[in-house]
Design a protein around this ligand. Structure first.
Ligand SMILES: Cc1ncc(COP(=O)(O)O)c(C=O)c1O
Length: 344
């Protein structure tokens, strides 16, 4: 792929559609920032769509009734669930160790596909070939892929795609959401962006093609005030040389935590996944130990907490998520305690 820049257009209109001087200025800075200061990493796709700066409280998925694979999504609670807690009208795509955390293509038509890679919680990544199969499926089925790339900055292996737009034909069928939360520590500030290529098309219930870029632009420019100016300035600073250096140092710090945690847990005899291209380590709980039982044991025996895998969906039972988003000292102490105190 050629050197490429994301055309970052911050939509920060006030309710009256008249941007303040501050908002205008931030739009200009954000629009210029990536192109001006950031050399495009190898393999970056050219994105000719529009990138909308979004207040991350308004995550594009927050009102979508979809749940696939094992990533955490907010679901409309009114959707029906079966006895196993599965939501109605949602096709589940199990991601387990048995399939290498690579979901099989749906065995039927679906309208909307949610994929998250690098994956929260499993830490898995998707190869270019596997992602290509999803793009082919979406094109054949006129489905839309929502690609959650919140953790792309954690990818270490050069052959793993950072963006779905590295895949031929993805622009017509994929929306990509990205977040400053994980790369630049913006979780509390709330800032994200969504890539909706001009070519992207959805379908109405009666099968008519709809331009998703125009739909999203209209939605954002009429229903969102955009992120506060001070936060847009902070996001623009991420693209300065100093910002890039700090972001890299932060990610390196977390990934070294991930290496220490992974090695320590393996040394303690646990089976672990992830942690190589993602800040999460996904532990297989010992045979016969449920996710919550494992939580109780870690708490009681080592005074360490993590997240029971069953909280991420049906495929998460029998797993446990540990995060590398901590200090070096605490990460190291947590694995030492687990290794020393967890009884077999
Ligand atoms: C996969 C994934 N996508 C999105 C988000 C949320 O990002 P933001 O903070 O921008 O809402 C998270 C947060 O944990 C996440 O794990």
């Amino acid at each position: 792929m050629s050197r490429a820049f994301v055309c970052l257009v911050a939509i920060a209109l006030s309710a009256s559609s008249v941007p303040s001087a501050g908002a205008r200025s931030a739009k200009a800075e954000l629009a210029q920032a990536p192109a001006r200061d950031t050399p495009a990493p190898p393999g970056t796709a050219t994105i000719r769509g529009r990138v909308l700066a979004a207040d991350a409280n308004e995550h594009p998925l927050s009102r979508v009734e979809v749940r696939a694979s094992c990533a955490p999504l907010r679901i409309n609670k009114a959707a029906l669930t079966d006895a196993g807690g599965r939501y109605d009208r949602i096709v589940y795509l199990p991601c387990t160790a048995e399939n290498g955390f690579q979901p099989a293509l749906p065995d039927r038509h679906v309208d909307l596909i949610y994929l998250c890679y690098p994956n929260n919680p499993t830490g898995a990544v998707m190869t270019r070939a596997a992602l290509g199969r999803w793009v082919d499926y979406a094109r054949a089925h006129e489905a839309v892929i929502v690609y959650d790339a919140a953790y792309e900055a954690y990818i270490r292996e050069s052959e793993i795609p950072h963006s779905i737009y590295e895949i031929e034909g993805a622009r017509e069928v994929a929306i990509e959401s990205r977040s400053f939360s994980k790369s630049a520590g913006f979780t509390g500030l709330r800032m994200a962006y969504t890539v909706v290529p001009r070519e992207a098309q959805g379908r109405t219930a009666d099968g008519r093609a709809v331009n998703l870029n125009q739909l999203w632009l209209r939605r954002q420019s009429t229903k969102s005030n955009g992120p506060p100016y001070v936060i847009q300035r902070a996001a623009a600073a991420v693209y300065t040389p100093e910002g890039q250096e700090q972001v890299r140092a932060l990610i390196d710090h977390y990934m070294e935590n991930a290496r220490i945690i992974r090695a320590g847990l393996e040394g303690a005899g646990l089976t672990v996944y992830g942690g190589r291209n993602a800040p999460y380590i996904w532990i297989r709980t010992p045979a016969g130990v449920s996710s919550w039982d494992f939580f109780d044991r870690l708490l009681a025996e080592a005074q360490v907490i993590g997240v029971p895998g069953s909280g991420f969906g049906p495929s998460g039972e029998g797993y446990f998520r540990v995060t590398a988003f901590g200090s070096r000292a605490q990460s190291a102490e947590a694995v030492e305690r687990i290794a020393a105190r967890l009884r077999a």
